[in-house]
Design a protein around this ligand. Structure first.
Ligand SMILES: Cc1cc2nc3c(=O)[nH]c(=O)nc-3n(C[C@H](O)[C@H](O)[C@H](O)COP(=O)(O)OP(=O)(O)OC[C@H]3O[C@@H](n4cnc5c(N)ncnc54)[C@H](O)[C@@H]3O)c2cc1C
Length: 411
């Protein structure tokens, strides 16, 4: 039964239909075949807290298979070797992947490239040398990257960067610290944002540039694998640049104009995070609804108790609204609008109500809700973190209010 009157274009619905057999063959099968390596933290991480070589290989296999099947580069511009589909396709595919895979079949994350670990329109202005030498492997999924914007003193206030790129002959020397960089613990590249014109950067008028740096560059070091949520390993890292030499071909986009690329990345991140929140919430509600039909207490299925049913109905209402907001923001972006207010609303609303929906699903399962193999707590932790990543809820509220105050009051 259709829940949405909005006509989803045929090319998007056919991508979603094609994704199902792919996810079964390349993601769910790998999770079954390598259950211990992927699901048991004692086998997933090495002694330092990095993914083991086996896990890194499985991730690479999913990326390369997804690239060959045409999913990985779905929303990557055609000129970069992608399919050039729009934001609605990107939003819908992410939501679909997360709904099908849930949080515990986490290799699903590598089916579709996102700006922080693979090709995206953020890399559209690579130099000719990087286009020849770096891009093909990224597009094929053979290599991956990370997105180094945040620093100890630059989180919400992302332009407050301290990392510098000082001219050195025809290139630059990078010095500084990056933190919270997802995937830097096993990626091949880091896209690092650095101040190239301190006066302009201080005045918030450009002066920041983006550089593609190999992880094995002399002077670059991952200092810490950041452990979150009680895990014994992780993918977020703190890293330092000490006189790291970068050549002109490593500059991405125009000199001093890198911050607009950072904003582009973060916007793609908001589409991704709105979609994955709704995807996880729909998956969690599916699990919880099935459970209400089979779990019997006091002689009746728990579905018959309003105390169980109404919180799930309420969650479904909110997730439906979040879903509509997500596809609406994506469709506006596809029309060429900036949709700053709508995208901020979609991400901010989705992460909050979907976190709540997952929490209600956990409650529906009673003690089982906390079991590792169900994955609900994993989803909960992820959604809790994306209430902060790519713009905290407070910063998104600030943006929404700024747009309203500036006269953008269409709701
Ligand atoms: C799991 C995870 C993955 C991440 N991955 C990456 C990555 O790959 N690359 C990357 O560059 N960064 C990454 N980040 C960093 C993320 O972008 C920042 O954490 C985020 O922008 C918030 O910055 P902060 O943590 O420094 O918090 P702060 O900026 O210090 O904020 C602290 C608190 O103050 C509030 N606050 C700050 N300013 C205002 C204001 N003006 N009005 C109201 N409230 C305000 C915030 O909302 C927050 O609640 C990741 C973060 C997480 C959690």
């Amino acid at each position: 039964m259709a829940a949405i009157a909005y006509p989803i274009p045929d090319d998007v619905t056919s991508v979603l239909a094609d994704l199902d057999p792919f996810l079964e063959a390349e993601v769910l099968r790998r999770h079954r075949d390598h259950h211990e390596a992927l699901s048991d933290p004692r086998h997933r991480y090495d002694a330092e807290g990095r993914y083991t070589p086996e896990v890194q290989q499985l991730i690479r296999e999913v990326r390369t298979a997804a690239s060959s099947a045409g999913f990985f580069n779905l929303a990557v511009p055609v000129g970069m070797g992608g399919r050039g589909m729009g934001y609605l396709a990107y939003y819908s595919a992410w939501e679909h992947i997360k709904r099908r895979c849930g949080a515990h079949n986490w290799l699903g994350t590598y089916v579709l490239s996102h700006w922080a670990f693979g090709p995206s329109r953020v890399l559209e202005q690579l130099s000719p040398q990087a286009t020849t030498d770096v891009l093909p492997d990224l597009v094929a999924g053979r290599t991956s990257m990370s997105f180094g914007l945040s620093e100890p003193d630059a989180g919400s206030d992302a332009a407050n960067l301290r990392t510098t790129a000082t001219p050195d002959g025809d290139g630059w020397r990078l010095n500084g610290t990056k933190i919270w960089t997802t995937n830097v613990t096993f990626a091949d590249w880091i896209l690092a944002f650095a101040v190239t014109d301190p006066a302009r950067a201080a005045a918030r008028r450009g002066g920041i540039s983006a550089f593609l740096v190999p992880i094995d560059a002399p002077g670059f070091r991952v200092e810490e694998i950041i452990l979150l949520n009680g895990e014994i390993g992780g993918v977020e890292g703190r890293s330092t640049f000490t006189d790291v030499r970068v050549e002109p071909w490593q500059l991405v986009g125009p000199l001093h104009e890198g911050f607009s690329l950072a904003i582009m990345g973060v916007s793609l991140g908001r589409v991704y995070n709105a979609a994955r929140a709704v995807g996880y919430a729909r998956w969690a509600l599916d699990l919880a609804l099935d459970h209400t039909a089979t779990r019997v207490t006091f002689g009746k299925p728990i579905a018959e108790y309003q105390g169980v049913a109404f919180p799930l109905a309420d969650a479904a209402m909110q997730v439906h609204a979040a879903h509509l907001m997500g596809i609406n923001a994506a469709a506006l972006l596809d029309r060429g609008e900036r949709a700053i207010k709508e995208l901020s609303m979609a991400k901010c609303y989705a992460v909050q109500v979907c976190l709540d929906a997952v929490d209600r699903a956990i409650q529906t399962f009673g003690a089982r809700g906390f079991r590792n193999e169900l994955g609900l707590m994993e989803a909960y932790h992820t959604l809790r973190a994306i209430n902060v990543a790519d713009g905290t809820n407070e910063i998104l509220n600030r943006t929404i209010f700024q747009r309203l105050a500036a006269g953008d009051r269409d709701l």
